[in-house]
Design a protein around this ligand. Structure first.
Ligand SMILES: Cc1cc2nc3c(=O)[nH]c(=O)nc-3n(C[C@H](O)[C@H](O)[C@H](O)COP(=O)(O)OP(=O)(O)OC[C@H]3O[C@@H](n4cnc5c(N)ncnc54)[C@H](O)[C@@H]3O)c2cc1C
Length: 437
């Protein structure tokens, strides 16, 4: 079993995967007729959407060429294995930026379309897919289809957020946004309660393009809901180059998770108390602001050999405060969790994908070191709170939700399955989409 084709959470770990490598976008390796096929981007999904136990993975990183860049219009055409990091290096110094980016830049264009990822500016621009103009899709019937809002629109909508199950995206045309600098300017504000968080989120929506909060997942009683709220806009001045910093890496996997109740309690208290004033005005380069975890290579090893699961849910705004309170109460009682918590509100920009995750509401994302049954039963309890509030879980982060939870959360599921390529499948699909190979 190699580490090369696992997922970021290192849970579940799969062994029986045949791997072929895509190198030419006009001539992909032949699809496997006997086993389900699945494209693999850069494995930055946490759970099993990028895994294919018993099947064939088509490794996409070899499709890493830029095809065209219209500097006037801010449109880029590139192959699907290009990393967002490489796009930023190319377009940033020319005054352009990605309209939406997740919390790591080491992800491929195909991977972020297939999960229809979101960033801290979701309330303003929607998902990554909302800014994709077109892409090419290869299917097992031999077709190579151009998909956009006007050409093959159903397949366009099924593939954005389609979890790799509709075929292989070989190239994409992306809309960029203009910027004057690679820096962000904004504020970091302490909040003590969930009510304060929601008030900050509401007042920040218009003046700030980027908003997200860290929350102390072990806080309970009067301190439950405390955290730090970050809001920012692209700066008007400053270059694009990142200031020099030392490369950091997690050198090896420790025999046990370094994140436990004790270390978490100490870290969270210090992190919250470290900010002495209510508001701190800050200026960040885009790397530490948008991609803070990318500064430590292989940080996922910190959770030890059993790996970890990330749990990301969204609950509609009407119940967001009460559901978030219930989720945080359950988590702090369990003593499980990690310092890596993101809490934010999504806006109502409609996602183009049939299975896109965001909806208007509040989203909570946090890591849990995998501790077997005790972790899984906590997550089942969280599921019940989310389902009751009419929310859903994010497949890109998931390794264990039930088919029932998925179908209830994604009402367009029935429409989506009509577009699944019969020669494709994934570990996630077989677990969650009934009747899939
Ligand atoms: C530190 C960190 C922070 C993150 N922050 C966020 C965040 O803020 N917001 C967010 O939304 N996500 C976030 N993520 C999740 C990550 O952005 C997504 O899982 C992303 O899709 C991973 O891209 P990848 O290239 O690694 O694809 P993989 O993980 O390899 O694959 C993801 C899916 O895409 C499919 N796929 C890959 N390439 C293709 C292709 N060419 N054609 C068709 N299907 C394809 C795969 O089959 C799979 O279903 C984060 C992940 C990490 C590790």
């Amino acid at each position: 079993m190699t580490d090369e084709f696992q997922s970021w959470g290192r849970y579940p770990r799969v062994g029986d995967q045949h791997v072929v490598r895509a190198r030419d976008r006009h001539a992909l390796p032949p699809f496997d007729a006997g086993r389900p096929n699945l494209a693999y981007g850069n494995g930055r999904s946490y759970g099993d959407v990028c895994l294919n136990e018993g099947g064939t993975l088509i490794a996409m990183r070899g499709l890493n060429r830029f095809i065209a860049f219209d500097e006037e219009a801010g449109e880029l055409v590139c192959e699907a294995g290009v990393l967002l990091a490489d796009i930023l290096d190319l377009v940033g110094p020319r005054g352009w930026f990605l309209p939406a980016a997740p919390g790591t830049k080491f992800v491929t264009v195909g991977g972020v379309i297939a999960n229809d990822v979101h960033g801290k500016n979701h309330h303003r621009v929607g998902t990554f897919g909302a800014n994709v103009l077109a892409f090419s899709l290869s299917r097992s019937d031999g077709s190579h289809l151009h998909c956009s809002q006007t050409e093959n629109p159903e397949l366009f909508a099924a593939t954005i957020g389609g979890l790799g199950l509709t075929g292989v995206i070989t190239q994409a045309r992306l809309k960029l946004r203009p910027v004057k600098s690679g820096y962000f300017e904004g504020e970091q504000i302490k909040f003590r309660t969930l009510d304060e968080f929601f008030a900050l989120a509401e007042e920040s929506e218009d003046p700030y393009e980027y908003t997200a909060a860290w929350i102390d997942c072990l806080a309970e009683g009067e301190t439950l809901g405390r955290g730090l709220f970050m809001r920012a806009n692209h700066a008007e001045t400053g270059g694009f180059e990142a200031p020099r910093s030392l490369p950091l890496a997690m050198p090896a996997t420790p025999p046990l998770s370094l994140v436990n109740r004790l270390s978490l309690g100490v870290f969270n208290t210090l992190y919250y108390e470290r900010q002495r004033t209510a508001v701190v005005v800050r200026r960040w380069h885009y790397n530490p602001y948008l991609f803070p975890l990318d500064t430590i290579a292989d940080w996922n090893r910190v959770y030890g050999p059993k790996g970890f699961v990330q749990y990301q849910c969204v609950v509609p705004m009407a119940d967001a405060r009460d559901a978030s309170h219930a989720l945080l109460t359950e988590i702090s009682r369990s003593g499980q969790g990690s310092p890596l918590v993101v809490f934010k509100t999504f806006g109502d920009v409609v996602s183009p994908g049939m299975l896109s995750f965001p909806m208007k509401g509040a989203t909570l994302a946090l890591d849990f070191p995998m501790a077997g049954g005790k972790t899984l039963s906590l997550l089942d309890r969280l599921d019940r709170i989310v389902a009751e509030a009419g929310g859903r879980l994010y497949p890109a982060k998931d390794a264990r939700m039930t088919g029932d939870m998925f179908e209830k959360g994604y009402p367009a599921f029935g429409q989506f399955v009509k577009h699944v390529d019969p020669a494709f499948g994934s570990s996630f699909g077989r677990r969650v989409l009934r009747g899939q190979r």
